[in-house]
Design a binder for this molecule. Structure first.
Ligand code: SF4
Ligand code: SF4
Length: 165
């Protein structure tokens, strides 16, 4: 198991106020090199982190399924889009298509692999989005993700050290 996963809820809660203040300041004065630094921190973290020992994102949250995702995955499963949607998805309060249940139906809980890895939703392949361009726009989402993803928690902790405000 990931070394921080067991205590992640407490770790993230303890850091919440500090993280909110940190990102508020960073939003006001965003250095040009932020995206480059985030890419570095993301790469360093995921060199050390093995997601197969965690899978907490797949176990506790749902990705958003775009129309393209749905068409691709339904085709892969040899299902009609309408049947796939009816069987696995629902609309959330923001009108996005998400899974009906957690853990994700497509997670093999015996080894944390994904049954549809090659055709998985774009949101899954990009999660936790810590290396996205214009990262500052994802500051609020990243704070939320510290409660789900131990790698995101560690990336934010390292960011605060490397880019003090
Ligand atoms: S589709 Fe695959 S990668 Fe995405 S949440 Fe489900 S198990 Fe995880
Ligand atoms: S992305 Fe984060 S939450 Fe998901 S498996 Fe990797 S470390 Fe765990």
């Amino acid at each position: 198991m990931d070394k921080d996963l067991e205590n992640l809820s407490k770790l993230a809660k303890d850091a919440l106020q500090e993280n909110k203040k940190y990102f508020q300041k960073l939003k006001k004065r965003t250095p040009k090199r932020l995206d480059l630094l985030m890419q570095e921190l993301h790469d360093e973290e995921f060199e050390r982190t093995d997601c197969l020992t965690c899978a907490n994102c797949c176990k506790t949250t749902s990705p958003i399924f775009t129309e393209k995702d749905i068409e691709r995955i339904a085709k892969h499963l040899k299902m009609k889009v309408v049947d796939f949607t009816k069987q696995y998805l629902q609309r959330d309060e923001d009108n996005f298509m998400v899974l009906q249940s957690a853990p994700c139906t497509f997670l093999d809980e015996s080894d944390n692999t994904c049954f549809i890895y090659d055709v998985r939703p774009k949101a899954c392949s990009e999660y936790p989005h810590t290396n996205r361009k214009k990262f500052i726009q994802l500051a609020d989402l990243t704070i939320k993700n510290t409660e789900v993803c131990p790698a995101t928690y560690r990336i934010v902790e390292e960011l605060k050290k490397r880019l003090p405000q």
